[in-house]
Design a protein around this ligand. Structure first.
Ligand code: 13P
Length: 253
């Protein structure tokens, strides 16, 4: 069984004073790992306050080179220097707004691993792809970049984020999420040669977090909007701890 992870992707939100108050207000729980992914300018300032709480730090993107003449880019090595353990790669907003291809994402994965980061690789289908019955085809294609790393014991977390559920308030039902996660776990074993933790992302809120995380194969959540306030993120962390405890009981039973 994978250790449950509750991660907050702040996207392009947050000021220094809000971030420090937020770190102070966070309430991590037993049995669940917690990570916060703020924008680049807040990483250094949050590293220590989060570490003091046992909360991991992550970034939302990284470039595929460690240094050089790449104006405006940030390297995986710099993220490690800032105290990051995680880096989100292939988020749908980068795929669909900024045109990131699977090829570029594969290069970023290799660079993140080289620097010692744990990538949180995001995958997920568009609404028209789901409606056309192409969900599995899309997930297979997005996971295919892992084949070249098959057999390598690199730390990796996957986030299944159906694009139609991101920021729309339309969460996947626990049944839909469970089915997609089962497919992703199988596909990981086939492509990467190893199963890893698979998070669900897309309109996760305190009200639906437990129902999602208690499903088999849902090993945590990647939260956008509801991670911006410590109060709602704390409630999701508590739901993660509850889901982890229930799963533990099932294993023990
Ligand atoms: P929302 O939780 O705001 O739908 O965002 C999900 C997401 O994209 C997390 O990476």
């Amino acid at each position: 069984m994978h250790k449950m992870l509750v991660a907050g992707n702040w996207k392009m939100h947050g000021t220094l004073s809000d971030a420090l108050a937020y770190a102070e207000a966070l309430r991590p729980r037993e049995g669940v790992e917690v990570a916060v992914m703020p924008p680049f300018p807040l990483l250094h300032a949050l590293a220590e306050p989060l570490a003091a709480k046992g909360v991991a730090l992550g970034a939302q993107n990284a470039f595929y080179e460690q240094k050089g003449a790449f104006t405006g880019e940030v390297s995986p090595a710099m993220l490690v220097d800032a105290g990051c353990r995680f880096v989100i790669l292939g988020h749908s907003e980068r795929r669909h707004i900024l045109g990131e291809s699977d090829e570029v994402i594969a290069k970023k994965l290799a660079a993140a691993w080289e620097a010692g980061l744990e990538p949180v690789l995001c995958i997920g289908e568009l609404l028209e792809e789901r409606e056309a019955g192409k969900t599995e085809e899309v997930l297979t294609r997005q996971l295919a970049i892992l084949a070249q790393f098959r057999g390598e014991m690199k730390p990796l977390t996957i986030a299944y984020e159906p694009v139609w559920a991101i920021g729309t308030g339309k969460t996947a039902t626990p049944e839909t999420a469970e089915a997609a996660h089962a497919f992703v776990h199988e596909e990981l074993a086939r492509t990467f040669g190893r199963d890893v933790r698979v998070l669900y992302g897309g309109s996760v809120k305190p009200e639906n977090a437990l129902a999602l995380m208690e499903r088999p194969g849902v090993d945590g959540v990647l939260v956008g909007g509801a991670s911006l306030k410590a109060e709602s993120f704390n409630a999701i962390i508590a739901a993660g701890a509850e889901a982890a405890a229930r799963k533990q009981e099932e294993v023990g039973a």
